[in-house]
Write a protein that binds this ligand. Sequence first.
Ligand code: SAM
Length: 220
Amino acid sequence: MHDLWARSDVYHNSFLIKPDPVLESTERRTQEKGIPYEIAVSPAQGKFLHLLLRSVNAKRVLEVGSLGGYSAIWMARALPDDGQVVALEIDPLHVEVSIEENVAHAGLSNKVKVILGPAHASMQALPSDALFDLVFIDADKPNNTNYFIEAKRLVRSGGVIIVDNTGRKGRLVDPTDMDPSVEGTRELLRFIKDDPEVEATTIHTVGEKGFDGFTFAYRK
Ligand code: SAM
């Protein structure tokens, strides 16, 4: 079943996403370092983030969890010359030998600022006076609600917070499934339900990365 949707994803991409040597080398370099490239967003999802940013003339993006820089590159390419992606990443291997190399190879070093360390502390250290147009949360899922609370402080009114991997193969509806990532995602949904400062929806997805989904929140 998943295989059919993976092929369908690739089929659509063959019309809609041009071959991209920079992103292909990002994938290759990331894998060569032994970094789990398969947990990066898919090409279609990367392009979705890119188009979304262009359509709202975004200038500033905060990414929580950057792996090898794949989604950061898609997003940085959508920004004007004076735009910036601030990428938060805890793993020094990912930062030093992957994100920075990949971003440099993409010619985007001037647009991507990487902050090494636990993302929650890095977010807390960011001032609220240079607000972001979009925050993309894609790190350790048990911390989703902590990231979301900080993201609300750091995103402008009218801006967007996207939390990736909230579909999780439908596992949230299984009450016996107490996996910390599943629980972290349930906790986020409970938090958003009672939060008057956002309006949100989850879009389920299927494709190269299997069955999943993301939650899209509008900051009032
Ligand atoms: N957004 C990336 C992409 O699509 O190319 C994929 C990010 S990957 C799913 C998750 C990343 O979050 C990993 O690189 C991991 O090291 C990082 N991470 C996990 N826990 C973290 C934490 N507490 N603080 C910052 N980064 C963290």
